[in-house]
Design a binder for this molecule. Structure first.
Ligand SMILES: CC(C)(COP(=O)(O)OP(=O)(O)OC[C@H]1O[C@@H](n2cnc3c(N)ncnc32)[C@H](O)[C@@H]1OP(=O)(O)O)[C@@H](O)C(=O)NCCC(=O)NCCS
Length: 191
């Protein structure tokens, strides 16, 4: 089999943390192509990075989907309830935060990333979220073009992300209209 048909898909579990952390680290390595010679990628595959991702995968409300080629993870997406700040507990009502969209370079341009992102959007909508957001590096032109093509819109928010050492921009997508969003909020926080 060729193309996406050869892939299988499943939810991620805390046991996947080492593999997914390595995928994120490899994705960040690729940023060297445009981030400039002085930039150093964070080591997401460090013991601390793996531990944090393991905890994240076990946290309430976290949803992930992994794409596997003959048992090997070649892409994944992960979303969680949006927070007012990375280290704070406050939730942004009704908003999902897409934290990871990472695909191995050999699968770029195949439609896999679009398939994973769409699965996350469909799931977030069915869970009652009325919008989703994500942040991506300002210099990551490929990701920005990808998200724009998939219907996400940049809202002008930008900030420096110290953990990454890069400026990042925010993108959002509406999942439900306002009326259903009110119901969605209720379901989301009583569920
Ligand atoms: C971002 C990512 C998930 C996108 O998946 P992908 O398979 O590469 O995306 P696609 O090929 O479907 O779409 C990329 C689009 O960017 C365009 N593009 C490619 N390089 C570009 C560049 N340098 N500048 C502008 N647009 C570019 C492509 O032409 C394509 O648009 P089109 O279909 O309208 O022609 C994938 O590249 C990836 O995993 N990158 C590393 C990790 C990462 O940055 N993740 C996002 C973190 S938030």
């Amino acid at each position: 089999m060729t193309g996406l048909r050869r892939l299988s898909f499943r939810a991620g579990t805390p046991a996947d943390a080492p593999v997914l952390a390595r995928a994120v680290a490899d994705g960040f390595e690729g940023y060297r192509a445009w981030a400039g010679p002085a930039w150093r990628p964070p080591d997401e595959a460090s013991p601390r990075g793996v531990r944090e991702l393991r905890e994240r995968l076990a946290a309430p409300g976290v949803w992930s989907r992994l794409a596997l080629d003959d048992g090997r993870v070649v892409g994944h997406v992960l979303f969680e309830p949006a927070r007012t700040h990375r280290d704070w507990d406050g939730l942004v009502p009704g908003v999902a935060h897409v934290a990871h969209v990472f695909v191995d370079e050999e699968w770029w341009g195949t439609g896999l990333a679009a398939r994973l992102l769409e699965a996350a959007v469909v799931e977030a909508r069915s869970q009652g979220y009325h919008a989703a957001r994500l942040w991506t590096p300002a210099g990551q032109a490929r990701a920005r073009a990808f998200y724009a093509r998939e219907g996400w819109r940049e809202n002008g928010a930008t900030r420096f992300e110290p953990g990454l050492g890069l400026d990042i921009v925010e993108l959002t997508i509406t999942l439900r209209d306002d009326e259903s969003a009110e119901n969605a909020d209720t379901r989301r926080f009583t569920g």
